[in-house]
Write a protein that binds this ligand. Structure first.
Ligand SMILES: Nc1ncnc2c1ncn2[C@@H]1O[C@H](COP(=O)(O)OP(=O)(O)OP(=O)(O)O)[C@@H](O)[C@H]1O
Length: 351
C-alpha cells in the first residue's frame, strides 16, 4: 500500500517520547546526564526522545538490536506504559491525558495486540480464546461466539473451534492469537515479534497470511521484528532503533540506498537488493550527450525484472511511469547498487 502523504493526519504520533526506568528517572529527561551518570543512579533509558507519525492504513515496522527499546516504545504507543516524558497522540489526542476509563475503553475497542508468546488461555478452546476479549467487553454470548467464529474462519482455522491450544501447532496457536486480537475489530494493530517463535517456513506462511489479512482489513499496523527480510515483506516504512533512539525512518529502498549510519547499513547488508530495489530507486537524470535509449523499463519493476536486458548493452534505458519518462538507468548504475555501493545523496536521519 502507498505510504500516506504528510498531508494525511497521522492516526498515531509520538512527540518527544522518552521512557526512563528507575527511581527518580524524570530528573534525567533533559538529556544532559552522561549514560554513566544514569547507570550510577540505577536509571535505564529505554526510549529517548522519539518522534514519529504513522498514517492510517500504514504498516510501520520497528527494528533494532535486542535492548534497543522496541517493545518499550510499542507499549507506550499502545497506552500500556506511560512515558516518562513526551506525548503519544492517537487521532491527535494525548493518550495519557485521557481519563483512565477512557484509555481502557480505547485500548479495548480500538487497539489489538499480538505478542511473540501466544499467551492463549490453556483451559479455553480456540472459540473461547477468540471470544474472550469480547466477553471482557460485555458482549452477549451468542453475538461474541458468532464474531469469534467469523475470525477463526478468517485466519484459516475453521473446524478447530473446539480444540485446546495444546492440540495446535505453533503457527496455528499464533493464528488463534491473531484472531483473538482482531475479534474486537481494532483500528490500530500492534504486533510484537509475532512470528519469531515459529520455524522459517511457517514464519513465511504467516507473513503471507498477515499480508492477505491486511489487504482485506486495512488496519494501521505497528510491527516489531529483528528480521529485515520480514520487515521488507510487510512494511510500508521501517524505523530503526538504537540505544533507545530512532536513528532512521524510511522505506526499505531508502534504508538500503541511503543508510544513515553503519548500524543501519548492517541491517540491510544481506537484503536481496535485486528483488527490493526498483528502477525508480536507481534512476538518474539523462546527461546532455547521452547515447540513444535502448528500451523502456516501468518505474516500479524490481532490478531482477530487467537486469538481463540492461546488462546486455552500454546504452541507457528510459524509466517510465504513466507514459512519462522519469529518468534513465544504465548498466553501471545498476551494477553499483547491486554490488552494495550506496547511491550518492543525503541520508535521511530519523526525526
Ligand atoms: N520494566 C523494566 N524495568 C527496567 N528496565 C527495563 C524494563 N523493561 C525494559 N527495560 C530495559 O529497557 C531497555 C529496552 O528494552 P526493550 O525490551 O524495550 O528492548 P527491545 O528492543 O524490545 O529488546 P528485545 O528485542 O530483546 O525484546 C533494555 O535495556 C531493558 O533492559
Amino acid at each position: 500500500m502507498p505510504v500516506p502523504s504528510s498531508a494525511d493526519a497521522p492516526v498515531l504520533a509520538c512527540r518527544h517520547v522518552s521512557k526512563l526506568y528507575g527511581h527518580g528517572a524524570a530528573r534525567f529527561l533533559d538529556g544532559r546526564a552522561a549514560p554513566e551518570e544514569m547507570a550510577a543512579a540505577g536509571v535505564i533509558p529505554a526510549v529517548i526522545d522519539v518522534n514519529l507519525a504513522i498514517g492510517r492504513g500504514e504498516t510501520f515496522v520497528i527494528m533494532g538490536l535486542s535492548g534497543s527499546g522496541k517493545s518499550t516504545l510499542v507499549r507506550c504507543l499502545a497506552g500500556l506504559i506511560e512515558p516518562t516524558g513526551g506525548e503519544v497522540l492517537f487521532e491527535g489526542r494525548d493518550l495519557f491525558a485521557l481519563p483512565e476509563r477512557e484509555l481502557i475503553q480505547l485500548r479495548r475497542h480500538r487497539m489489538g495486540m499480538v505478542f511473540q508468546h501466544f499467551a492463549l488461555l490453556p483451559h479455553l478452546t480456540v472459540l473461547g480464546n477468540v471470544a474472550f476479549p469480547l466477553d471482557v467487553q460485555g458482549m452477549p454470548k451468542a453475538q461474541r461466539e458468532a464474531r469469534a467464529r467469523e475470525m477463526i474462519e478468517l485466519v484459516g482455522l475453521k473446524g478447530r473451534e473446539a480444540y485446546f491450544p495444546r492440540e495446535l501447532s505453533g503457527g496455528q496457536q499464533q493464528r488463534v492469537g491473531i484472531a483473538r486480537s482482531l475479534a474486537a475489530d481494532p483500528e490500530l494493530w500492534f504486533l510484537d515479534e509475532p512470528f519469531s517463535a515459529l520455524d522459517p517456513l511457517i514464519r513465511r506462511e504467516m507473513q503471507d497470511e498477515l499480508k492477505r489479512l491486511q489487504a482485506i482489513l486495512n488496519k494501521t499496523i505497528v510491527f516489531i521484528t529483528h528480521d529485515f527480510d520480514e520487515a521488507v515483506r510487510l512494511a510500508d516504512r521501517i524505523a530503526i532503533m538504537k540505544d533507545g533512539r530512532l536513528v532512521q525512518v524510511g522505506t526499505a529502498e531508502e534504508l538500503i540506498l541511503h543508510p544513515a549510519s553503519d548500524y543501519v547499513r548492517a541491517f540491510t547488508r544481506d537484503a536481496p537488493r535485486a528483488k527490493i530495489l526498483t528502477a525508480r530507486a536507481i534512476l538518474r537524470t539523462p546527461g546532455p550527450d547521452e547515447a540513444g535509449i535502448a528500451g523502456m523499463v516501468p518505474a516500479s519493476t524490481p532490478i531482477a525484472g530487467f537486469a538481463q536486458q540492461v546488462e546486455a548493452t552500454d546504452k541507457p534505458f528510459a524509466v517510465v511511469e504513466d507514459g512519462r519518462i522519469l529518468g534513465v538507468i544504465d548498466r553501471r548504475a545498476m551494477m553499483d547498487v547491486l554490488v552494495g555501493r550506496d547511491l550518492a545523496g543525503p541520508a535521511e536521519p530519523g526525526p
